[in-house]
Design a protein around this ligand. Structure first.
Ligand code: TYD
Length: 215
């Protein structure tokens, strides 16, 4: 008898600048691996060769001249390729996919903050993502000044990218955007206080994974 292949789980991390997403993605990936789960770690924009090329165009600011609507379309094109050439296959093989940023970044940065109409963002999501919504989305929440101070410390004289270098008010809107999404979709999203020490953030994340996904 053929054994049914178990479909993997899809976990995303979201949040403003300096919330510590990459660190938490790494910690969760280690924990899941140690508990015997095959893990595939990826990120957006990017995650597939073609999407990584679009990432360069977006983060360098080259696409900014066309406005946030065009940027939304580019994020969506990159996302579609990432899903078709990486995420869907990994899930079908039973891997646990952990993605650093996904649809909610487009909703918060381009939608809630840069003013791209929700209807357009929804339409792009429908085409690129369809029913492939994350099982759990962690919104790592941190006061804007704290997050930006971490980014500045990390950058040490390097130039900030197109999105990091926006004004304080803009970062406040992005933060609010993520919190609103979490309020609208509590069964998918979990807000975690990212101003706590790293290990405590990781504990909160793990608790939620245990409760919701039973790894
Ligand atoms: P990245 O270098 O991956 O930084 P971070 O550590 O903050 O995730 O930069 C990705 C940037 O792109 C980040 O500033 C948020 C922005 N972004 C959007 O504006 N919309 C999107 O849909 C995505 C995925 C990212």
């Amino acid at each position: 008898m053929q054994q049914a292949i178990e479909i993997g789980r899809f976990i995303t991390f979201e949040g403003g600048e300096g919330a510590g997403k990459s660190t938490q993605v790494g910690i969760l990936a280690d924990r899941l691996s140690r508990s015997g789960r095959p893990v595939f770690v990826t990120r957006e924009p990017g995650g597939s060769p073609a999407a990584e090329e679009i990432r360069q165009v977006l983060l360098s600011g080259q696409a900014a001249q066309f406005g946030p609507l065009a940027e939304s379309v580019l994020f969506a094109v990159a996302r579609g390729d990432h899903i078709d050439n990486a995420i869907r296959g990994a899930l079908q093989q039973g891997q646990w996919v952990i993605c650093d940023r996904f649809i909610d970044s487009t909703r918060a940065y381009q939608g809630a903050t840069a003013g791209v109409p929700r209807g357009l963002i929804n339409a792009l999501e429908k085409i690129t993502v369809g029913a492939l919504l994350p099982d759990v989305t962690f919104v790592l929440d941190i006061p804007v000044e704290e997050g930006l101070a971490r980014v500045a410390a990390r950058a040490e004289g390097q130039e900030l990218d197109r999105f990091e270098s926006q004004e304080l008010m803009t970062h406040e809107r992005i933060r609010r955007g993520f919190l609103d999404i979490a309020e609208e979709e509590p069964s998918r999203c979990a807000v975690v206080d990212a101003s706590q020490p790293e290990a405590m953030v990781a504990e909160d994340v793990w608790e939620t994974v245990l409760q919701r996904l039973n790894p």
